[in-house]
Design a protein around this ligand. Structure first.
Ligand code: SF4
Length: 261
């Protein structure tokens, strides 16, 4: 199936879901914005609330897939506080040598009760400068990937395996992943998403504890502590290999099916 066919299929799925809602079969889409969640992800840095993120990305007329989790505002705030506790535990982390060259530690951001979490490898130059994940060219492509399944950036959670930029954007070394990945685990334990989408080999191999190639792993859905994991290519790789976009479309459709399942 080529990219155009996959795009049509995604539109068809969105249309079907919209039709179900109009028929009143069940409440699976919503047009109204989510309540604002408290800022919690960059302590010590200028706060970027969920409301601010939503305001940047909101399309009031666009019907979006719900990210409702059944989580009450109190529970959502509790998750935000628990994420803040994880961030505080990291502190001014010097657990590996990546602290020596970082500008900012990039913890992660998004909805603390997100149903979908994207996990990348580590911050790049733009992310290191701004202290936020996926804000450069690859980040803009990730935004488009998120929008392609009817969501906005503020409705998901985005983080990385390592929180500090590896010099020259090299792949993080095992001795850097080993002290940092427990904090990724803690983030996921707090959020408890319905599905995790791993971006690239490092995130996929770290989460699934395997050395298999991403090309082999992305053909199916794996489990991390009972949560489905959909591996796909990293947006930075996609920028260099646009022919792989069709494969990523297939993976995103798998994510969509799990979210709507
Ligand atoms: S990469 Fe992780 S473990 Fe290493 S210094 Fe940064 S936060 Fe600490």
């Amino acid at each position: 199936m080529n990219e155009a066919e996959l795009r049509r299929l995604a539109e068809s799925i969105r249309g079907t879901v919209a039709g179900l809602r109009r028929a009143g079969l069940r409440e699976i889409l919503r047009a109204e914005p989510r309540p604002a969640a408290p800022p919690a992800h960059q302590p010590g840095k200028p706060g970027r609330s969920q409301a601010a993120l939503a305001a940047e990305t909101e399309h009031p007329s666009a019907e979006r897939f719900s990210t409702e989790t059944g989580t009450s505002p109190v529970e959502q705030e509790e998750k935000a506080e628990r994420l803040l506790a994880v961030r505080n535990e990291l502190g001014d982390c010097r657990r590996c040598r990546l602290h020596e060259t970082r500008t900012h530690l990039v913890f992660g951001e998004g909805d603390p009760a997100a149903r979908l979490v994207f996990v990348g490898e580590g911050p790049g130059a733009d992310e290191d400068r701004q202290g936020r994940p996926f804000v450069g060219r690859a980040g803009r492509l990730l935004d488009k990937m998120i929008q392609s399944i009817g969501l906005e950036r503020g409705q998901v959670y985005i983080c990385n395996v390592v929180k500090c930029r590896p010099p020259g954007n090299r792949t993080p070394a095992p001795e850097e992943i080993e002290p940092c990945s427990p904090f990724l685990t803690k983030q996921l334990e707090v959020i408890q998403p319905k599905v995790i989408c791993t971006l690239g080999a490092c995130a996929t191999q770290t989460l699934l504890q395997t050395r298999k190639f991403i090309s082999e792993l992305r053909s199916g859905v794996r489990l991390w502590r009972g949560i489905p994991v959909v591996p796909t290519y990293h947006p930075a790789y996609l920028l260099r290999n646009p022919a792989k976009k069709a494969d990523v479309w297939k993976d995103l459709l798998r994510v969509l099916q799990i979210l709507e399942g």
